[in-house]
Design a protein around this ligand. Structure first.
Ligand SMILES: [Zn+2]
Ligand SMILES: [Zn+2]
Length: 371
């Protein structure tokens, strides 16, 4: 069949909106009609060549929800008509980590930048017959996608698709970083640097954990206002040494128990590290571009302050466990999802969506399909 897709062809260029050919699902795959796809910064890093992928052309998009239209013969537990969230790291179910329920560390995760399906073959072709890859083995910036069952979580049908798409990446990334990685405790003091899709959800996660002080830091003043609605108690519009100084002032010179780096790790890590209290945690949730070879923390400072520097992808927890749990929290009214969506776009407006992201206009922009 044919499907409209936003295709990554050239570094630094807008995504190309074109009709591509989509082949039927293989034995372990499903055909999904995409309903909503979030505009995450990771795809933007790919478009700018800061996160290298192994091939072009490639359909980007990895934060999505939709409806299963067709399932291969060996697919178990997923039927046509099911509403699903697609996960940007597969869960092969067989590797060392999957057997322990740590699907966010799946051994097949390295494949997400390669282009082919999980089985190494292609399902997409462009107008000239060339193979087209799928970012994260999903390629959600398209009306339809063929994905392996390892990338699918079935959800309840009462959850609106636009909200469901958010629990595919940004919400678990942020909430999980606070809950599962840093293990924020009631009464803790938290700093969140960068209040976009990830950071705003770290704020929510820290609130859910009972943090007493949540300092939001962003250079876009509007985001500090929004962060208060998600639970931030303080806002700091500063970066670099000024950021560190402001946080130390707010914490009587002690620093925060947990500092989260949710944007631009090369430049924000050291100020966040220095804003953390001795013995505290520093958690990186944002992607560091391939073009950055190292990030600087003076080793003696690390040693004497006894801080822990760590990273969290997918909130350091299995999306298979987190997706239903986060949707349950939403249903109870404990998790804000609707408020995360600043603006929606049609697929042919996706490049506008990414310039809005770059300009700091959105918490999350979402492509909504009406096909
Ligand atoms: Zn993402
Ligand atoms: Zn695995």
């Amino acid at each position: 069949m044919e499907t409209l897709a936003a295709v990554f062809r050239d570094i630094g260029a807008p995504l190309s909106i074109e009709r591509i050919t989509l082949e039927p699902p293989g034995p372990t795959e499903v055909l999904v009609r995409i309903a909503a796809a979030g505009l995450c910064r990771t795809d933007y890093h790919v478009m700018r060549g800061e996160r290298r992928v192994a091939m072009r052309p490639m359909v980007l998009g990895h934060e999505a929800s939709g409806v299963v239209e067709q399932a291969g013969g060996s697919v178990a537990g997923i039927r046509p008509g099911d509403h699903v969230v697609l996960t940007f790291i597969p869960a092969c179910g067989r590797c060392h980590w999957c057997r322990r329920g740590l699907h966010h560390l799946c051994a097949e995760g390295y494949r997400i930048t390669l282009g082919p399906q999980l089985d190494g073959t292609f399902r997409r072709r462009d107008g000239e017959g060339r193979n087209v890859g799928a970012f994260c083995m999903i390629g959600a910036f398209a009306e339809r996608a063929v994905v392996d069952q390892a990338s699918v979580v079935v959800i309840d049908k009462d959850i609106p698709f636009d909200l469901a798409s958010l629990v595919a990446c940004g919400v678990p990334a942020g909430v999980g970083a606070a809950r599962q990685r840093a293990r924020v405790q009631a009464g803790d003091r938290v700093l969140v640097v960068g209040c976009g899709g990830d950071g705003m959800n770290v704020v929510q996660g820290a609130r859910l954990c009972g943090a007493a002080m949540i300092i939001a830091a962003d250079i876009v003043p509007a985001k500090l206002e929004w962060a208060r609605e998600f639970g931030a108690t303080h806002g700091v519009a500063a970066q670099g040494d000024d950021l560190t100084r402001a946080v130390l002032e707010l914490t009587n010179g002690i620093g925060v128990d947990h500092a989260f780096v949710c944007i631009d790790p090369p430049s924000t890590l050291l100020p966040a590290f220095r804003a953390a209290a001795k013995g505290g945690n520093v958690v990186i949730t944002a992607l560091t571009p391939d073009t950055v070879a190292d990030i600087r923390i003076p080793p003696l400072e690390l040693f004497v302050t006894q801080k822990a520097v760590m990273a969290a992808v997918y909130g350091f927890a299995s999306p298979r466990i987190q997706v239903p749990e986060l949707l349950a929290l939403y249903r109870k009214g404990d998790l804000r999802l609707r408020e995360l969506i600043t603006r929606t776009y049609r697929l042919d407006q996706i490049n506008q969506g990414y310039s809005d992201l770059d300009a700091g206009r959105n918490i999350r922009g979402v492509v909504v399909f009406d096909n």
